[in-house]
Each structure stands twice: as C-alpha cells, then as structure tokens.
Design a protein around this ligand. Structure first.
Ligand code: 5SP
Ligand code: CO
Length: 214
C-alpha cells in the first residue's frame, strides 16, 4: 500500500499544530515539510525553526524537502531540528554525493529530488546511496499547481532501475496529487504520495487519505 505525506505548505499557519495533529489522526504516514529559500525557487516558506517547534508534538516521520540553493549549508541544522528524511534537489548543488554523505552522517535518511525538466539519468550515479527519490510532478515553489503528465515516465524508469539493480529507495511524487492523479502515479510505480492543497481542502481528510491509499 502507498504512503501518504500531507504537505504542510497548505496548512493554516495560525493553527499549525492543530492542523498537523488533524492530518495525523486522518492517517498520514509522513509529514512533508517544504523549505524554500527564495533563490532556488521563487518563493520563501519557512526554515528549521518550524521543524523544531513541531518536533515535540509528534513521532511521525518528518520528510523534509529542501528547495534551497547549496543545501549543504543547512543540512546539519535541519537534521538537528528533527528531520527523519532530508531530500535535496539535484539541480541545487554541485556535490550531490557529498550532500548525501553529510545527511547520512547526521543519522538521517537521504533523498534526492528531480525537477520536471531533469532526467532520471542526472541521479543514476547515486541511486544506490539513497533511501528516497522524489520525482517533482510540478515545478517546485508553490502548492496548488497542475500535475505534469510527462513525469509519469520517470516514475516508471525509477521502478525499473530499482528492480534491475536491487536498489532500496522509495519513489515519492510531489505536486498536483489529488483523487484523480493519485491512481495514475500509483499505476506508474510511486510508493509515497505528497499532497498539499487537495488534502488540506478536503472536508473529510481521513476519507481523502483512505481513498488515495486504496
Ligand atoms: O514541494 C512542493 C511545491 O514546491 C509541494 O510539496 C507542494 O506543497 C505540493 O502542493 P500541492 O501541489 O499538492 O498543492
Ligand atoms: Co515538496
């Protein structure tokens, strides 16, 4: 069964703790936390302080998606704040292998992320070293965008490479995931579905999560 990771970018920040706890009750498997720096992406969200504030409220897996230029500058701080998984964009660093080592040195699982315009081949050399591969199904920076069809093929490729080589990573998708697109990414081979605007706007979040998992 797939895992569901609500993205708190779409939460109500004035009642963040309550919104997070509501999603946990509703059946979330991971909490997806988007850090945006205003340089790698044209938006600024929040930093490690928010992770630190939420950490004592739950044991749920904190899945941190860093949309930050040169993420090596902040990985240690994000780990110390309480991340369980840290994923970095392959386009944002000249030293992807070194950043993965840095994440692991903090006893945190490492993920790598590719934008819709980046091919799977850009991370082939590190696929054996990571616990998660995130295929962006929208261009990163904002919630509420439409799913990009051409990303489905990359999910299939990652599934095939994992089978061929015995790699261990989970395949995660992020952007435009709702009741309709969920079935398509599952069929292509995704293991973890990130969803922000759709889940947070659902009148019955438990039902929305259960339907996505089904
Ligand atoms: O990383 C990002 C956006 O860059 C995401 O995690 C969004 O928060 C997903 O939002 P929806 O597309 O599901 O509304
Ligand atoms: Co994200």
């Amino acid at each position: 069964m797939v895992k569901i990771a609500p993205s708190i970018l779409s939460a109500d920040f004035k009642r963040l703790e309550a919104d997070v706890s509501d999603m946990i009750q509703a059946g979330a498997d991971y909490l997806h936390i988007d850090i945006m720096d205003g340089t790698f992406v044209p938006n600024i969200s929040f930093g490690p302080m928010v992770i630190e504030a939420l950490r004592p409220t739950t044991d749920l897996t904190f899945d941190v998606h860093m949309m930050v230029q040169d993420p090596e500058r902040y990985v240690d701080e994000v780990a110390k704040a309480g991340a369980d998984i840290i994923s970095v964009q392959v386009e944002a660093t000249k030293h992807i292998h070194r950043v993965i080592q840095q994440i692991h040195a903090n006893d945190v699982k490492a993920g790598v992320v590719i934008n819709p315009g980046t091919p799977v081949s850009a991370l082939e050399a590190v696929l054996a070293d990571v616990e998660l591969v995130l295929v962006m199904t929208v261009n990163p920076g904002f919630g509420g965008q439409s799913f990009i069809e051409s990303t489905l093929e990359k999910i299939r490729q990652l599934r095939q490479l994992r089978e061929e080589h015995g790699y261990q990573y989970e395949i995660q998708v992020d952007g435009g995931i709702n009741d309709k697109t969920a079935d398509r990414v599952k069929e292509a081979g995704a293991d973890v579905l990130v969803s922000g605007s759709y889940l947070f706007a659902s009148a019955d979040r438990a039902q929305a999560i259960a339907e996505m998992k089904a």
